[in-house]
Design a protein around this ligand. Structure first.
Ligand SMILES: [Zn+2]
Ligand SMILES: [Zn+2]
Length: 257
């Protein structure tokens, strides 16, 4: 069964999707789904992008099945490692995504972050932050959207080219590979054929450096986005010799195709 391993319902500050809608869409498409709510501790705007994990499990446990799994997307930063680890250890998540959403206490989404800075400086800082975090965050299963910054960066060409940042990207991929972690193929930007070809070298390099597992997720925030681009993710994995997995009870399961 194919699995969409990244989506947000109403426990996430930026989503209104109901779990019933996600479950319905998953059934309709014949795929499994993993809910991964946002937990960005110390988000610059207080009480945004955090949720009550007790309430989450109380409300969603009844939906749990072989094809509906409960996870979390942790916003990784260096100043709340212990807090995040406590959450990950305390609750029975199927799956934990580690993501970088914040740099220098500013949301990567914010235009002001890019003012007066060059792409080289910003992206090097982005990968350096990612590297520090994945060295420290042992509880994650997969690194979320390595190309996240390309969604929002205010540069003429925001794409993450492997050749442009190879030293920085290699350092990240080596740590992931050595720790046996997965790398996510986030399909949100893969509507554009160019993005597929641009990101492919990163995944091929991950394999060369010893990485073996990828997770594929749509990062859906509404029902229509659930399951989007799973076949493109599979294509990138195949072309990189990587295996697509989903995590259940913290253990990887191969997606059969
Ligand atoms: Zn994210
Ligand atoms: Zn997300």
């Amino acid at each position: 069964m194919l699995f969409d391993t990244h989506m947000h319902t109403c426990f996430s500050t930026d989503s209104k999707m109901k779990i019933d809608e996600a479950v319905m869409k998953g059934k309709e498409l014949g795929i499994g789904i993993t809910i991964t709510e946002h937990m960005d501790i110390f988000y610059p705007e207080p009480l945004s992008f955090v949720f009550d994990v007790d309430q989450y499990f109380a409300a969603y446990n009844q939906y749990r099945s072989e094809s509906v799994l409960l996870g979390i997307e942790i916003g990784m930063r260096a100043d709340c490692i212990e807090e995040n680890c406590r959450i990950v250890e305390k609750y029975p998540f199927d799956y934990v995504i580690g993501s970088v959403h914040i740099l220098d206490n500013i949301d990567i989404y914010a235009a002001e972050f890019y003012q007066g800075k060059s792409k080289q400086d910003v992206y090097r800082h982005y990968f350096a932050t990612m590297l520090e975090c994945i060295k420290c965050y042992d509880g994650i299963h997969s690194l979320g959207h390595i190309d996240y910054i390309a969604r929002y960066a205010r540069f003429a060409d925001p794409e993450v080219y492997y050749h442009e940042f190879k030293e920085q990207i290699d350092e990240v991929l080596i740590v992931l590979a050595n720790k046996g972690k997965a790398l996510e193929i986030n399909t949100r930007r893969l509507d554009r054929k160019e993005s597929i070809e641009i990101l492919l070298p990163i995944y091929q390099r991950f394999y060369e450096l010893g990485g073996r597992m990828v997770t594929v997720g749509s990062d859906a925030h509404r029902m229509t986005e659930v399951g989007r681009g799973l076949e493109v993710g599979q294509e990138i994995a195949d072309r990189s010799q990587l295996k697509v997995v989903y995590f259940k009870d913290g253990k990887p399961h191969y997606v059969k195709v």
